[in-house]
Design a protein around this ligand. Sequence first.
Ligand code: CP
Length: 308
Amino acid sequence: MTHFLDLHTTDPAALRQMIDSAHAMKAARNGLPRGTRDAEQPLAGHMVALIFEKPSTRTRVSFDVGVRQMGGETMVLSGKEMQLGHGETIADTARVLSRYVDLIMIRTFDEASLLEMAEHATVPVINGLTNRTHPCQIMADVMTYEEHRGPIAGKKVVWAGDGNNVCASFLHAAGQFGFDFTFTGPPTLDPEDAALKFAREKGVRVTIERDPAVAVQGADLVVTDTWVSMHDPESAKERRHNQLRPYQVNAALMNRAKPDALFMHCLPAHRNDEATSDVMDGPHSVIFDEAENRLHAQKAVLRWCLGV
Ligand code: CP
């Protein structure tokens, strides 16, 4: 069974093949009129279940559109409306869905739910975000960097703000794709130790620098994310804003990076909190290419999982 659960548990050669495939599929669609399916229809006859236990715009739409472009069909399921949200176990849900569909994508809270789904499903399972990681997002981010600037290997990526689940997947990507990673944020919001350890053991330079102005020097890519994640309590908002305000990505900070540095944010953003609108809409920003590339990168992930 070929699941796509995380970047650090996927063979780096397979990750590279998926990025290359994503670029090729994007290029093949270049110039096609809107509404046109791909020339190749590798998912014809396939049904994909998209389960959301948390809100989503990009993940939901990009998976749905990607499957349809490749000739497949989808059903979008809300965790709350399934028996899953009313006491049925993940294991039983996995066994039942595997009798109907050819692949399951799930966005859930605990990583344990994703792993239980993968253990009991007899079809491939894709991680559409957990509280711990967001691998599909970072596949799109690596693709986006490379389409603008060439190979990401050896480059310096700086993450400013909360060391959250997206940050953890970026650390996994640093190890797998071979780029250096600097985290700048308050000590209480450091990335998880296991992700830091993974990247370091892969031999890439991983730095924690509390001063954002120092951290971004020489950066090829500056990344941030929302200061309050979907799984964080609303009560944490004020404290987090106070802690994270010094790490806002604004024009002054961006100007300390390399002149050709890119800026990314996986979105949704709270404009003028974690990043100012002049950066988000400015010349360094590739945030909407990044959002588009969720579509192409995930199409490659789907094909890899299904072997088609
Ligand atoms: N970046 C991301 O995963 O967006 P959604 O929450 O809208 O899916």
